[in-house]
Design a protein around this ligand. Structure first.
Ligand code: ADP
Length: 283
């Protein structure tokens, strides 16, 4: 089976300013792949290229086995997209938003009505089908966007910062939906800057910074690559972080120190690796 998503040496520049710089990675069918990176890393631009919204300046991209530039209409049939800005129409009702999308995708009736009903029920919006979108909460709007993205039965779902600005309960509910869709066979690529989101959802993680992929792997691969043990050492007002292959090695290091004040050992997590790699803390 061909890869769900494949990028080879992809570049994107705006006005000669490089935003994505020699990006290559592959996502296999059935994966939940997380693109993680600080603001400005190029994550949204990457998603916009993969979903045909903007063209790569250079490089080879295939989505669902189709060439992004030559077969963009086919690509669009196989992907669902939920972008950061809520793109649902506030002045239309929930049902009207779904109906519009269904018509744009030429889904005939009665199938269209059956699917609208099915997906609104799935995201728990069936009882709001006649509400104007502007009366919905942020979490409901996001769920509507997801229902709409699923209407034409895509194989690959792209989610750009799906839970940004949502309360913890709503975020958990969206996580359950994402995991459930994946269980049903959907390949998912999401961008986020929430570490716990990546740790909870993603099989593999690509860390981007400055338009480049600076690390790629499962969480356990990344932890074994950078160190599973960590010593935190307080130096005046700030903390220094030292990585060790194992937690035991980190503890041994502390035990060997004549002065152990302000030192503690613990297991490393994704945030530690992220900060080590990008030298920045996320908001
Ligand atoms: P991220 O999603 O990781 O925060 P983006 O892909 O949104 O990063 O942006 C990466 C860089 O590209 C930023 O410096 C941003 O200002 C720039 N950029 C994004 N879109 C455009 C555009 N349409 N025109 C010019 N610059 C852009």
């Amino acid at each position: 089976m061909s890869a769900a998503v494949s990028l080879q040496n992809v570049y994107k520049s705006y006005n000669n300013i490089s935003v994505v710089n020699d990006l290559s990675f592959t996502i296999q069918p059935g994966e939940i792949f997380g693109l993680l990176g600080p603001n400005g890393a190029g994550k949204s631009t990457t998603i916009r290229m993969l979903t045909t919204l903007t063209k790569p300046t250079q490089g080879q991209v295939e989505v669902a086995g189709f060439d992004l530039l030559r077969q963009s209409i086919l690509v669009k049939q196989y992907i669902g997209v939920v972008l950061q800005q809520t793109s649902v129409d506030n002045d239309l009702s929930v049902w009207e938003n779904m109906e519009l999308h269904g018509r744009l995708h030429h889904i005939p009736n009665p199938q269209r009505q059956q699917r609208i009903g099915q997906w609104l029920k799935y995201v728990e919006l069936a009882d709001r089908r006649d509400s104007l979108v502007k009366t919905l909460s942020g979490g409901m709007k996001r769920r509507l966007q997801i229902a709409r993205a699923l209407l034409h039965q895509p194989q690959i779902l792209f989610l750009d910062e799906p839970t940004v600005g949502l309360d913890p309960q709503t975020r958990r509910r969206l996580w359950e939906i994402i995991l459930d869709l994946n269980k049903q066979g959907m390949t998912i690529l999401l961008t986020t800057h929430y570490m716990e989101e990546v740790e909870y959802l993603c099989n593999r993680i690509g860390i981007m910074d400055g338009g480049k992929l600076i690390s790629l792997g499962t969480l356990s691969q990344l932890r074994s690559q950078y160190g599973e043990g960590l010593v935190m050492k307080q130096v005046e007002e700030r903390w220094e972080y030292l990585f060790f292959p194992t937690l035991e090695d980190a503890n041994t290091f502390i035990n060997q120190q004549p002065n152990k004040t302000g030192m503690m050992a613990r297991s490393s997590n994704l945030e530690d690796i992220f900060v080590e790699l990008t030298g920045r803390r996320l908001d």
